[in-house]
Design a protein around this ligand. Structure first.
Ligand code: GLY
Ligand code: MN
Ligand code: MN
Length: 351
């Protein structure tokens, strides 16, 4: 972190993003500011977290301080104790404009600079302990998808199916979901992010289920598309195109490969099959403490994949009024190639 600060010529940096704070210090509470400098780093939080912060943060060598009154003047007081010259940087991606203005006023005459999320890139490559938690979150998710097959029956309500699978996640040790569950059946499958609704699932429909769990802070994210009853030729064809697109993207993944070329592999396949305009979103994203984090696997991404990154690969085809197919797996980037953390079926599963 200090290296990232040096590169930006910043001697003092204030982090406000909770996932970044958790990554750097171990603190899991819902409110904190982390003031980092070469000399001293202080986690500032409120009295709700007095014992928890001392417990979680001590092993990381940060000082914990509980503020009593107004947080921005408390941050300014801490910063002014550090003798340094120059401006203070703040994670501009994690602070509201109003909060920025208040901190800026409290810090005067020291200048406050909004920087990009400089902690985020440090989180992209996962360590062994992080990988274990991600893999556990992924295995709970896969268990949920297996369990879901019991609930996907004609007449079942999307929201009820989602809740039953979510209950399964919790029974297997998940803290909860990593994002609002998507269960989109029939024509609703054409909504890439059609969250579970009151709609009843009908025989003959495809159902897109995109779910994820959080386990000890780490996320999983995956999508399965099922057919309820016998699948039509078109349903099978669209599934096959999406699966082939996913496999061509996965084949590309290796240390040193540009993220945009992975996106391009999936996109080119779908375009050549004649469905290019029905695949609008990026091919995937990094995942860890946040369900969406760097690197981005989209056409404009400038990220380069590195051994130890965990990314999703999730192409889809969405046909208005007909429905959709998305297949999403989590992948670990290796020195040579990659390892699948989750495994979606090769062929469309008919339930
Ligand atoms: N569940 C959101 C996504 O797949 O990115
Ligand atoms: Mn995803
Ligand atoms: Mn997803």
């Amino acid at each position: 972190m200090l290296l990232a600060m040096r590169r930006r010529r910043i001697k003092v940096f204030v982090e406000t993003g909770l996932e970044n704070i958790r990554y750097l210090t171990g603190f899991t509470g819902s409110s904190a500011f982390l003031i980092m400098s070469e000399k001293k780093s202080t986690l500032l939080t409120d009295s709700r977290y007095t014992s928890q912060a001392r417990e979680e943060v001590k092993k990381h060598g940060f000082t914990v301080k509980i503020y009593k009154k107004e947080v921005f003047s408390a941050i300014a007081t801490e910063i002014k104790k550090l003798s340094f010259t120059g401006s203070v940087g703040v994670d501009g991606s994690a602070m509201s404009y109003v909060a920025f203005g208040k901190l800026k006023a409290a810090l005067k005459p020291i200048r406050l600079r909004a920087l990009p999320n400089i902690t985020g890139p440090l989180r992209m490559v996962k360590e062994g302990a992080e990988l274990e938690l991600i893999k556990k979150a992924a295995s709970i998710l896969e268990g949920g998808f297996r369990r879901a097959r019991r609930f996907l029956r004609p007449g079942a309500v999307e929201r009820v199916v989602a809740r039953k699978v979510e209950d399964y996640f919790v029974s297997r040790g998940a803290e909860g979901v990593s994002f609002e569950s998507i269960v989109a059946s029939g024509h609703r499958g054409a909504l890439p992010h059609g969250k579970a609704s009151e709609k009843e699932i009908q025989r003959g429909e495809l159902v897109v289920m995109d779910m994820g769990v959080s386990y000890k802070g780490y996320c999983s994210d995956g999508t399965r598309t099922f057919a309820v009853g016998k699948a039509t030729a078109l349903q099978k064809k669209i599934y096959r195109i999406v699966k082939e697109a996913q496999l061509s993207a996965i084949e590309k993944i290796s240390d040193g490969v540009s993220a945009s070329s992975v996106d391009s592999a999936a996109r080119t396949h779908i375009r050549k099959a004649g469905y290019g305009k029905y695949f609008g979103h990026g091919t995937g994203h990094g995942i860890g403490l946040a369900v969406h984090e760097g690197p981005g696997l989209g056409p404009k991404s400038t990220d380069v994949l590195t051994e130890g990154m965990v990314v999703t690969v999730e192409p889809g085809i969405y046909l208005p009024d007909w429905g959709g197919v998305r297949i999403e797996d989590m992948v670990l980037v290796k020195k040579e190639g990659c390892e699948l953390i989750t495994n979606s079926p090769e062929k469309l599963l008919c339930i």
